[in-house]
Design a protein around this ligand. Structure first.
Ligand code: BGC
Length: 800
């Protein structure tokens, strides 16, 4: 142990106390023993430092900070160097604000387009997500602060996010849901990592020894600390035993008591507690000793601007409508042009330092703007006056620049979407604009996949995603040609939501989320089954053209030439995919195994090199319990998207094991047709029976059921609480502003009451409350009272 002497000077109570926060955002300190406190803040695309009373999901505004583009946006740059630079900027700002640990990046896999937090995540592909996260982590940590990649792992829906069990087969878990974290840990070396709220195959992620010790530490070499997601710790002592370090937010002495009790009754050995304390102190002491950086906010804004510009995706450019012709008159239409939607809602919400607005800067651009009209209300509500005004303005112009997107309530932490459509009022206006017969260019702001079936009606489509505080001008740069767009999609845009195999039940509404589709997430499904899509993974246009030539394949890698054959300088994202036609081990037709972004002047040619690495040919073998290579011929495909393969060739690989899993009973997985996987076949893939929902309406509620189940409570008062909660949520929805704290409570299990009330209520009290909810009012009240007295006595003893 590194800090043996120090740990020997700590009492059991002090050690237990260190394993949980001091407040919502701080760790415990013992200044007299030389142990400082460190400050933790969200998050992934800007520093959300709450000063004063912290309230987790942000009723109290945070200190103004630079709002960078969200992860979903940055991912479209496909540029690790850019992510490293943004990470560095975030790190500097965190350090300058006295934040030691930044709670990000988020790199969960976008299993389904409806997940409310997709805007905070990078990709539907684990290799891309891992490489980008690693770059972000390196950048952040270069400034003396810790990154905290999250949420580890298989955390793919918001509904019941703390009370959901992801049922996923071992191979899929390893290849799809863990590989991103593996790359992030090995190549980014984060000092911390946040465990997910959910269970994975029956075990809470925060208590999963195999995940937190065997895989994370022993296999990947992680040497940082594991932080629970806020309120996500279930059995704290079990968590500590199995590799979790810090329970957040602070529970005053509730978490501490759990540890002390567990040591007393032998459930947790003090030696293991010492080990965790030692690991925690290593990180805390190191972070607290770092020098504060100085931040230059002008530079931060400039980086945010550049990052946004490089991440914008040009999806459609019929008749070269873009860049806009400065000779032609333009009408700017849409609420989003005056009030940009530039970030998502939830724990990542930044109070921006400076916000660029489109309408304030039009004169800086060579644009012939005739007028502006709001056109629609931000919240989806019909407004014929606004619509008519917009049509009148648009009628006078030659080109209509229409800003559309998802509003705040459509896309938020704590809430999954129920459809992919844009608000109806915006679509109605599009119809009205189309009737004018003018050229329409749409600028879209949304952090995740939306239905784009309407794009046949427009000539240009620029997808800005959620581009941060400087996004408005980055968009104008692209529209006017100051920036040549180079972003490409990091997720597939399906023709219809029902084409996505996980849509059979997303979000899962019961205890179990069944990952029946296995490996076939995102393009892995669409490409394997040749299912047509609206826009494929990796797709994005440029104002110039690129030609790929001269592919040379060796045992070590691939090399090719890319030439800019157009008139403008531009950047291209070259993608390397690997597939195997004849195989014993089923798998997607091809998978991303490399990407490079290159910048070329007109006429310039560049050599692009890829080196095969540990990830290129591997699959997870459930017999040998390790990654192996299947012997044989592999197809190497180089493309401008997964669906636009420009060059291909073959290489040979020898196999690494004779022991192959038996996949004969898995015909859907062999073909990739996983939209209708039967229970029998899914349980064959799992290697065990599928857990069945056991709770039925009329039964008593359980400690790990979410609060939303109060609607079925036996106690009338509890049902009334549910009604009030639903009413408040409905009211927030009507206002168009998600209420994060309410959403949190709605999806939170009863046990979390003990973790989120700052020591006011402990676990035995929650059990009493539950007894009351279940219709045993007097028995429950007695239980609560008794537990309350015991808790107070404990507190008194502690103080004494
Ligand atoms: C979110 C985390 C976040 C934490 C602290 C949780 O509800 O899931 O991503 O870091 O709150 O705000």
């Amino acid at each position: 142990m590194k800090h043996q002497a120090l740990i020997q000077r700590l009492t059991l109570a002090e050690k237990a106390t260190l394993m949980a926060g001091k407040s919502v955002w701080e760790t415990r300190d013992f200044p007299e023993k030389g142990i400082p406190s460190i400050f933790l803040s969200d998050g992934p695309h800007g520093i959300r430092k709450q000063e004063g009373e912290g309230d987790h999901l942000g009723l109290n505004a945070s200190v103004p900070a630079t709002c960078f583009p969200t992860a979903a946006t940055l991912a479209n740059s496909w540029n690790p160097d850019l992510l490293e630079e943004v990470g560095q900027a975030l790190g500097t700002e965190a350090s300058s604000l006295g934040v030691h640990m930044v709670l990000g990046p988020g790199l969960n896999i976008k299993r389904n387009p409806l997940c409310g937090r997709n805007f905070e995540y990078y990709s539907e592909d684990s290799y891309q997500a891992g490489k980008l996260a690693a770059a972000m982590i390196r950048g952040l940590q270069s400034q003396g602060v810790a990154a905290t990649p999250k949420h580890f792992a298989a955390n793919s829906q918001e509904l019941r996010r703390m009370a959901s069990d992801s049922i996923v087969d071992e191979r899929t878990l390893r290849e799809i849901y863990l590989t991103g974290f593996e790359i992030a840990v090995k190549e980014g070396q984060p000092k911390a990592l946040m465990s997910a709220y959910n269970k994975i195959n029956g075990t809470y992620a925060n208590e999963d020894r195999r995940l937190l010790r065997d895989i994370l530490r022993d296999e990947w070499g992680f040497d940082g600390i594991v932080v629970s997601d806020w309120g996500g710790s279930n059995d704290h002592a079990l968590g500590v035993e199995n590799g979790s370090h810090l329970e957040m937010p602070g529970t005053v002495f509730v978490g501490q008591k759990e540890i002390i009790d567990a040591v007393a009754d032998g459930r947790l050995s003090e030696a293991i507690l010492d080990e965790r304390v030692d690991e925690l102190l290593t990180v805390v002491l190191d972070l607290a000793a770092q020098e504060k950086r100085i931040v230059d906010y002008e530079l931060q804004h400039e980086i945010a601007h550049r990052a946004a510009a490089e991440s914008i995706v040009l999806l459609k450019n019929e008749d070269h409508i873009l860049p806009l012709d400065s000779q032609k008159t333009v009408a700017i239409i849409g609420e989003f042009a005056q009030n940009p939607r530039y970030q998502g809602a939830g724990s990542s919400l930044i109070n921006p330092k400076k916000l660029d607005l489109t309408l304030d800067h039009l004169s800086d651009y060579n644009l012939n703007v005739l007028g502006f009209a709001q056109g629609y209300q931000r919240v989806d509500k019909e407004d014929d006056v606004l619509l008519q005004e917009a049509v009148d303005v648009a009628r006078e112009a030659e080109t209509i620049l229409y800003y559309m997107g998802l509003d705040e309530i459509s896309e938020s932490e704590g809430m999954d979407r129920s459809h992919l459509s844009l608000p109806q009022n915006q679509l109605k206006l599009l119809e009205a604009l189309k009737a004018l017969g003018k050229d329409i260019v749409v600028v879209l702001s949304a952090g995740s996949v939306v239905d784009l079936s309407w794009d046949t009606e427009v000539k240009g489509l620029v997808h800005a995603y959620l581009s941060g505080e400087a996004g408005a001008l980055a968009i104008l740069d692209v529209l006017t040609g100051k920036t040549n767009p180079s972003g490409k999609l990091s997720e597939t845009y399906p023709l219809d939501l029902s084409d996505v195999p996980s849509s059979y039940e997303f979000p899962a509404s019961g205890d179990y989320a069944l990952y029946r589709e296995g490996l076939y997430v995102g393009y892995r499904y669409f490409d394997t089954t040749a299912t047509p899509v609206k826009y494929p993974f990796g797709y994005g246009l440029s104002y110039t053209t690129f030609v790929y030539s001269n592919l040379i394949l060796t045992d070590l890698g691939a090399e090719l030439t890319v030439t800019n054959t157009g008139q403008l300088a531009g950047a291209e994202v070259v993608q390397l995919y690997v597939g195997k036609h004849s195989r014993a081990i089923f798998g997607p037709s091809k998978e991303l195994k490399g990407f490079k972004k290159v910048y070329l002047e007109p006429g310039q040619s560049i050599q692009v090199q890829f080196t095969f690495d540990d990830y290129t040919f591997r699959y997870f073998n459930t017999i040998t319990d390790s990654f192996e290579i299947e012997g044989g011929v592999y197809q190497i495909a180089i493309g401008a998207s997964v669906a636009d393969i420009r060059l291909s060739g073959e290489v040979m690989r020898s196999g690494t094991t004779e022991q192959l899993p038996d996949y004969s009973q898995l015909s859907s997985y062999q073909s990739g047709q996983v939209n209708l996987v039967s229970d029998v076949e899914f349980s064959n893939l799992l290697g065990r029976t599928i857990p069945k929902e056991s709770w039925k309406v009329g039964q008593e509620l359980r400690i790990n059921d979410p609060v939303l189940k109060l609607q079925y409570a036996k106690n009338g008062l509890a049902r009334l609480v549910y009604k009030i909660l639903s009413w408040l949520l409905g009211r927030a929805e009507k206002k168009g502003k998600p209420d994060l704290n309410l959403l949190f409570i709605y999806n939170m299990p009863f046990r979390a009451i003990a973790k989120m009330t700052g020591g006011m209520i402990d676990h035995p009290m929650v059990e009493g409350i539950l007894t009351m909810i279940n219709g045993h009012f007097f028995r429950g009240s007695r239980q609560v009272w008794k537990a309350f007295l015991q808790k107070n006595q404990y507190k008194k003893d502690l103080d004494a």
